[in-house]
Design a protein. Sequence first.
Length: 247
Amino acid sequence: MNSINVGSPFTDNKYSLKTYIGAVSQSTCNMKPLAENMKILYFAKKFEEPYVQIITVGGAKRRHSVCSCEGEESEDPLPELHDKSHVLDEHHLAALANQIPPRTQGYPWRLVYSTAEHGTSLKSLYRKMAQLDRPVLLVIKDMENQVFGAFSSHPFRVSDCCYGTGETFLYSFSPELKMFRWSGENSYFVKGFLDSLQLGAGGGHFGLWLDADLYRGSSYSCNTFHNQPLSLHHDFTVKELEVWTFQ
């Protein structure tokens, strides 16, 4: 078991119960609150010394609760939205919250850009993300009320070349969530132009493409994600578009 410095950041560390209680009692006056995305679990097993473990909320979600009965299903809480969504309902939130990378789980979702609030302009979208350094979730509802989009490991920006990592993925609801993760075939994750935004490429098509007005778009199968078309038809018209980040 490790020694513990109360108030310092922790990630998946184990501490004996005696060590943890001692550290807390010695540091009560100067103790900092635990980060919102951290949890403390208490373990007591037969023939083993009791201990506590400090883990991330994302890690906690992937474990069974120590208080739940075997076979009992536990419902993950929906992510907290700092802003109102014109697209996402509880079904969408619950499904997507379990698929985004662990480093983004447990954080509130903040709306960065919305066509309902900021208008329909790709340039405006880029400006809203100019100072952002976190992953983003693109959410689209088309005129046929289909919901789909992409998770990008980096905020959208004008770029000379493709950017992003293997965390990037495409998704669609029909009505259940379909995930299209990186195939490993190429790294054409995201490419930003002044007049268009492209996600995924190869095979002569883009996985998701949007025009400068964020009004017209298209979706085809591409080598980056080996995805199905996200919309009912290859070409679609945007009804609502939102971009969310996690902080």
